[in-house]
Design a protein around this ligand. Structure first.
Ligand SMILES: [Mg+2]
Length: 375
């Protein structure tokens, strides 16, 4: 299975004209973008992966096409560890663009696992030694943002009607508004619905000292990313503020970042993103590190159906699965329209991995190519 070509496609698909989403400084309107990575072997097997756009869709694409592809073409597609190590030795440990390279590597690695599964005729979760059981799922993605409390409660109720048994809210506004939104949603939902909350790195240590006990009192399962990923000292101190788990990891890269994150002994859920952390190969290593510390892994998931499906495969194959982050965005054509639907929410609020070979997403390549960014 010699790799013949690696091609990254910078894709942007339009959102409805009246769509917008806001949570703190994060605003989305107009389009959603991602980098789709196509790897083809000489014997004609095609694998697809996703690299996070990192708000630099063209830069990530160029990094893959101009630098990483040259390291990968001609290698054996089944040798995921050797290819990972080659990119690590050639780029990550020496050239100073660690996150960018890890993101590019993630897209290639995901595509290689898709190829491995297709070659074996097995769905990825089985190739990884997993099984098809229900994975606990919460409503995430670009949903439940900085809306007025009443409107937010209506959105939350609508998601519960769609089958979600857990929802994640956003924090990082004023504390007053954070508490008002959290209280209104908590009061509006049955006790059986679990809640998490994500501050998207926007809290100070003092804000977190006030907020964490309030969210704990309201029964929230975790407080996600109160601080930037570089501020491990704040995470270490905040781990003791209240009886609520801290979650973090969507902005950490490779097992080396996760080792430091786990070593502070304050994180209740690690959240590597398969399109950022170094791919499926690296997520398996991070899962094992977390497992040894009895910490569940709840992957951050965005943006295309490839990453969502791959995340469910991973959760089905590790011994410390946490929660799957489903895409509850009101609109995301990169999730809904580019190929096979990645999951269904079952009656008990869980999801199961796809059973097709590899990741199990049949990509509509013509549609992707019709939405490639030209500049
Ligand atoms: Mg988050």
């Amino acid at each position: 299975m010699i790799i013949e070509s690696v091609e990254a496609l910078p894709v942007a698909m339009p959102l409805p004209a009246d769509y917008s989403f806001r949570a703190g400084p994060f605003r989305f309107a107009g389009f959603r973008s991602a980098v789709a990575v196509k790897v083809t072997t000489r014997d004609g097997i095609v694998g697809w992966g996703e690299a996070m756009n990192a708000r630099s869709t063209q830069a990530i694409t160029t990094l893959i096409n101009r630098t990483l592809a040259g390291l990968v073409v001609g290698e054996d597609a089944s040798a995921v560890n050797a290819i990972w190590d080659k990119i690590y030795r050639s780029c990550i440990k020496s050239s100073g663009a660690d996150a960018g390279f890890a993101i590019g590597l993630s897209g290639i690695d995901m595509a290689l696992w898709d190829i491995r599964g297709k070659a074996a005729g097995m769905p990825l979760y089985r190739l990884l030694g997993g099984w098809s059981n229900g994975i606990r799922t919460y409503a995430g993605g670009l949903s439940l943002g900085f809306e007025p409390p009443e409107k937010l409660a209506d959105e939350a109720l609508g998601l519960v009607e769609k089958g979600f048994r857990a929802l994640k809210l956003r924090a990082g506004d004023t504390l007053e508004m954070d508490f008002a939104r959290a209280r209104k949603v908590r009061e509006s939902l049955p006790d059986s619905v679990s809640l998490m909350i994500d501050a998207n790195t926007l809290y100070s240590l003092e804000e977190c000292r006030i907020a964490a006990p309030r969210f704990a009192d309201m029964g929230f399962l975790w407080l996600e990313e109160p601080f930037p990923p570089q501020n491990l000292a704040a995470y270490r101190r905040a781990g003791h503020f209240a009886n609520i788990a801290l979650a973090a990891g969507e902005n950490h890269f490779t097992r080396y970042d996760f080792q430091e994150l786990l070593d502070i002994d304050a994180i209740g859920h690690v959240q590597p993103d398969l399109s950022k952390c170094g791919g499926i190969t690296e997520a398996l290593r991070i899962a094992a590190m977390a497992s040894a510390r009895h910490v569940p892994l709840s992957p951050h998931s965005a943006t295309t159906s490839l990453n969502y499906a791959a995340s469910i495969h991973l959760l089905s194959a590790i011994d410390n699965p946490g929660w799957f982050e489903a895409d509850a965005s009101a609109a995301n054509p990169l999730h809904h329209d580019i190929g096979t639907k990645p999951y269904e929410i079952e009656n008990d609020g869980t999801v199961r991995p796809l059973d097709g070979p590899g990741i199990g997403i049949e990509i509509d390549e013509d549609l992707l190519r019709a939405h490639v960014l030209t500049d």
